[in-house]
Design a binder for this molecule. Structure first.
Ligand code: KG4
Ligand code: ZN
Length: 336
């Protein structure tokens, strides 16, 4: 059987990334040019700055990905690229680049859904993992509970009604003065705090057992801060971080385990930036151990945005016969 090599490109938000992936699971290179330091100056991602940085970096990142893999462009079987969801100007840079390379080289083009990429990061981490499994996708822009029935076959059974989990982390971090991006900073500070110090709400959405709502817990943190200021009580950031994190993790674990039980699928995976949260991993592991089911999660570098995960997803799309035309466009609100 011939090996299949994918050159993958990701530019949906604030990372310019390219990777070479062999047979969907083996990462030969995974180059990421992060713009985080730049956006930190503004407290969040500034879309126009993101687009401008992507266009500056993308050719270098691709060249480096091929060089690190020790391969030539002509050896690639397909070009995989994220075409949505994400920031339109940011997506357009990767899509235009991938189309130009495909047009010039004649190598087939495969458009990839960003969330399908996050889910597929688990295939890289765990070579033995195969569908069906339940996947909790928790990132800065998305919170989905997904039944992965087969490669490329997804059923979304739950989603957030308001803020994404990562968005809640980022907003709370900003409120307690930790800066952007907040997730990793809350993760770190929470280790010094008491997770039972403050009770923050665990929201349930009526008649939708797998849906999420994180705006309430975010508001509760803001109310707590205001309350402390008005009463002249000290603000203990570490306790707030730990208590907030526990409230979010409790809900994520509860919903995911409910889905495992209801669907009778005894395999759970985590994906997206928040999947690198140490408290979430520990709590989910404990819940899965209790039920004696395996839990999968990618290494932190494969949880946050990267192109290797896009290469993994592109491989399964390519093998299933998916090909994109030169009219491929960026779709900011692309559905899974
Ligand atoms: O997947 P990702 O890189 O981008 C999106 O597709 O949205 O996720 C970024 C999000 C940010 O909100 C960031 O704060 C969060 O993931 N994040 C974390 C951790 N590391 C990243 N949240 C909690 N704990 C972490 N350790
Ligand atoms: Zn992402």
């Amino acid at each position: 059987k011939k090996d299949v090599y994918i050159l993958a490109i990701e530019s949906s938000c604030d990372e310019t990334a390219a990777a070479v992936v062999k047979n969907g699971r083996e990462v030969l290179s995974n180059v990421i040019s992060s713009q985080i330091a730049l956006h930190t100056l503004y407290g969040g991602v500034v879309p126009e700055i993101a687009s401008r940085k992507h266009i500056e970096k993308i050719n270098y990142v691709i060249r480096e990905a091929l060089a690190e893999a020790g391969m030539k462009l002509e050896e690639m079987d397909a070009i995989g690229v994220t075409y949505g969801p994400g920031l339109v100007g940011a997506l357009l840079v990767g899509v235009a680049e991938a189309k130009a390379i495909s047009y010039a080289s004649g190598i087939p083009l495969v458009g990839v859904h960003h969330i399908e990429g996050h889910i597929s990061a688990n295939y890289i981490q765990a070579p033995e993992l195969e569908p069906p499994f339940i996947c909790l996708v928790v990132s800065g822009g998305h919170t989905h509970l997904v039944v992965v029935n087969d490669y490329g076959k997804y059923e979304i059974i739950g989603h957030t009604r308001d803020d994404a989990a990562g968005e809640a982390f980022d907003k709370v971090a900003r409120a307690i003065g930790l800066g952007y991006p907040g997730g990793p900073k809350i993760d770190k500070l929470a280790k010094e705090g008491n997770p039972d110090a403050i009770h923050f709400p665990r929201a349930k959405v009526e008649d939708a057992p797998y849906d999420f709502s994180f705006s309430g817990v975010k508001s509760a943190v803001l109310n707590h801060l205001n309350g402390c200021k008005m009463k002249g009580e000290p603000i203990v950031e570490a306790d707030i971080a730990a208590s907030f994190q526990k409230a979010v993790c409790d809900v994520l674990v509860d919903h995911a385990m409910q889905a495992v039980k209801d669907y009778g699928i005894n395999k759970l995976a985590l994906a997206g930036g928040v999947a690198s949260n140490s408290a979430l991993r520990a709590a989910m592991k404990a819940a899965c151990d209790k039920k004696e089911i395996p839990l999968y999660y990618p290494a932190p570098i494969l949880c946050t945005d990267n192109a290797a995960m896009i290469g993994a997803a592109a491989y399964y799309e390519y093998m299933a016969g998916t090909r994109s035309g030169l009219d491929l466009n960026a779709v900011p609100n692309l559905k899974l």
